[in-house]
Structures are given as structure tokens and as C-alpha cells.
Design a protein around this ligand. Structure first.
Ligand SMILES: C[S@@+](CC[C@H](N)C(=O)[O-])C[C@H]1O[C@@H](n2cnc3c(N)ncnc32)[C@H](O)[C@@H]1O
Length: 223
């Protein structure tokens, strides 16, 4: 078991509880959410720590990295908040890579969770200050349901930050010479995201431009 503590409480490692297989056969990957290859991801996001700052993640916060992938944002996130991170992904291989990346950068997390993001309301041992979902929301079939589930995981006035591809034609969003990202018709404007999230119990705090091809939308849970 990796070293995991919440205050004085030891937390079980919920990463890969079944030795690499998914524990729940009903869990399914959201469409168009495969982790990108590292070469062009690094070219597109040369400074992930700056993205986290722009999204309003503060060092005193406890953060959920929802659909953390191979840990590209998880490691700088753990650095920024001193390890107060819960990192969840459905894919055991992604969690394995994320754990290795976090260790490589000399940081730690509070808990790894291998589960479907839609079950988040049942999984966290404490409410978090901030839930981050990067590069995944476009593929979620029931976005309202997910927004409500995330809200139950947040403390009062907690924040939900979504990083999305801009609604540009896919041919226009090239990195290392090739079109990248989800299909054009899956991309959402920030207004479309607001229209889903606000009725689920949030108010919009800010929309930021994450050049060249993304934006961040930050929402606050309202009582
Ligand atoms: C495109 S990657 C983004 C990873 C990371 N957030 C980033 O921006 O670098 C999307 C991740 O979502 C995960 N994922 C897809 N469907 C999921 C689900 N239903 N529950 C939890 N994780 C899921 C995938 O395994 C993948 O690692």
C-alpha cells in the first residue's frame, strides 16, 4: 500500500483494488477521453503548474483530480497543495502511471481511487475545496448528473474547475503538426458548459483563456 494518510487516519489505497481489472463491470470510459500521448501533451501544456494557478487552486486547498489520467496535472497539483489530493481514474494503467509520475516529482497524494467518476459522491472520506476535471467533461454523457455528483463531494462554497477544448474545428487545433483533441461536434463553448453546470447548483466564478486551444471554467457550489 502506498503511504496514505488523512490527518491521523490511514486511508486505504483504492487504486487497482482488483489487481489491474476494473472492480465494477458497469463502469465505462467516457467517449473520446483516452489519455493523449505525452509528446504532444507536453508541447500543448508546457507549464501545467501555471494552469493550476490560473484556475484558482490555492496551496491551502484539498483537491480532487477527477479523471486524472497519467498524472500530468496531478503531480504539479500535489506539489501546489502539499499532497492534499485525491486522484481518481477508471483506468488502472493510468493510475499506475500517475503514481509513478507523482513519485518521480517527489510529491505525494492523499489517496488514489480506481473508480467511475460518476460514483464520486460515495468515494471521498471528506469534502474537498476544489474538484478539477481537465480534458474530460466533453465526453461525459450525463453532464448534469456528474455536476450534481461533484457538488456532493465539495465542501460548502467549494469550487469545480473544468478545462475544455475550445469549440474550434478539429483541423484548426494542431499540435506537433497534427490535428488534436475531440471531434469538432463534441466540443463545448463556455456558455454551453455554464448552461449545464449552473442549474446543477453552482454559480460561475470565472472563465479563463488557456491559450492556445483551451479555456477553464470555474464554478462555485451555491447552498
Ligand atoms: C483525456 S484524459 C485527461 C487526463 C488528465 N485530466 C489530463 O488532462 O491530463 C481523460 C481520462 O479520463 C479517464 N476516464 C474516462 N472515463 C472515465 C470514467 N467514467 N470515470 C473515471 N475516469 C474516466 C480516462 O481513463 C483518462 O485517463
Amino acid at each position: 500500500m502506498l503511504g496514505i494518510t488523512l490527518g491521523a487516519l490511514p486511508l486505504p489505497d483504492l487504486g487497482c483494488p482488483c489487481g489491474g481489472r476494473l472492480s465494477d463491470p458497469m463502469s465505462t470510459r467516457f467517449p473520446a477521453t483516452t489519455m493523449p500521448d505525452r509528446d504532444w501533451w507536453v508541447a500543448l501544456w508546457p507549464d501545467p503548474a501555471s494552469v493550476l494557478r490560473q484556475l484558482g487552486i490555492q496551496p491551502d486547498m484539498t483537491v480532487l483530480d477527477l479523471c486524472c489520467g497519467d498524472g500530468y496535472f496531478t503531480a504539479p497539483l500535489a506539489k501546489r497543495v502539499g499532497g492534499k489530493v485525491y486522484a481518481l481514474d477508471l483506468d488502472p494503467e493510468m493510475l499506475k502511471q500517475a503514481k509513478a509520475e507523482v513519485a518521480r516529482q517527489g510529491v505525494s497524494t492523499r489517496q488514489w481511487i480506481c473508480a467511475d467518476a460518476r460514483k464520486i459522491s460515495e468515494l471521498l472520506p471528506e469534502p474537498v475545496d476544489y474538484a478539477l476535471m481537465a480534458n474530460t467533461f466533453h465526453g461525459v454523457p450525463d453532464q448534469t448528473g456528474l455536476a450534481r455528483a461533484v457538488r456532493t463531494a465539495l465542501r460548502r462554497q467549494g469550487l469545480f474547475g473544468i478545462v475544455n477544448w475550445l469549440p474550434l474545428q478539429r483541423e484548426e487545433t494542431t499540435v506537433l503538426g497534427k490535428p488534436r483533441g475531440p471531434r469538432t461536434e463534441m466540443r463545448m463553448s463556455s456558455d454551453a458548459v455554464r448552461a449545464v453546470i449552473e442549474p446543477s447548483g453552482y454559480r460561475t466564478v470565472r472563465i479563463i483563456n488557456l491559450s492556445p486551444y483551451h479555456y477553464g471554467a470555474v464554478f462555485e457550489a451555491v447552498p
